[in-house]
Design a protein. Structure first.
Length: 228
């Protein structure tokens, strides 16, 4: 049986001027452990059509960079730097969905998936929810509740689990095209899915950091690769 070829969009060091590509090894290990063959994808417009055509699934990874102002709540803008990643990621996500191929968005990748389907972001979740839990510390864990009837809950096989958290921005306004498939106890959206797509799930936490463990969330990578 041929192993699916999975495109893993690379991040970049936006805080260092965008001079280097970056991606945690956990993304590649998670895809490989789930049965896929991962390949890092750079920001080259001329390869977008080839990647969409020749790869079986897309992982849009985490990162910190500014989205267009209109993707935020009215009057809000991102304090993060711009990135060459944005137009490439947008083209890839839209291309894979147009070809009915699976997309898994992680952290920034989830936010891209959400905004392309009409959601809006808050650049500072604590301004949105003053009593918010700690969401911006990589070594911190908090519980999430997976929505009953969601595809994500069916994949994970349980109503709650603990995940890490490393994000300042959050989905603040959902669109009718998007389902919130997990939330933290403070109400922050931690996962979304696009019901109209065959497989399009976004998670705010970094599941790739749990690669090689028995964390229940690793079932998501298996379901993603199986869909590819």
């Amino acid at each position: 049986m041929t192993r699916p070829r999975i495109a893993v969009l690379l991040d970049e060091n936006t805080s260092g001027g965008g001079t280097k590509y970056e991606a945690a090894k956990g993304y590649f290990r998670s895809v490989a452990d789930a049965g896929g063959l991962p390949f890092g994808i750079p920001y080259l417009p001329e390869i977008v059509d080839l990647v969409v055509r020749d790869y079986d699934g897309l992982v849009a990874v985490g990162g910190r960079f500014a989205y267009p102002d209109e993707w935020y709540l009215p009057g809000e803008v991102s304090p993060s730097p711009p990135s060459e990643r944005l137009p490439i990621e947008r083209a890839l996500v839209e291309g894979f969905l147009a070809w009915d191929k699976p997309v898994l968005g992680i952290c920034a990748g989830m936010q891209m998936l959400a905004c392309l389907h009409g959601c809006r972001l808050a650049p500072d979740l604590r301004a949105l929810v003053p009593h918010a839990l700690e969401h911006d510390r990589r070594d911190h864990l908090h519980p999430i509740t997976l929505a009953e009837g969601s595809r994500l809950r069916a994949v994970i096989g349980r109503p709650r689990m603990e995940v890490n958290s490393f994000h300042r921005e959050a989905v603040a306004r959902l669109s009718p095209q998007v389902v919130a498939s997990a939330r933290t106890d403070d109400g922050i959206v931690e996962a979304i899915e696009i019901p109209a797509a065959r497989f399009a799930i976004g998670i705010q936490w970094h599941q790739e950091l749990m690669a090689g463990t028995d964390h229940p969330g690793n079932a998501l990578f298996r379901a993603f690769v199986e869909a590819a």
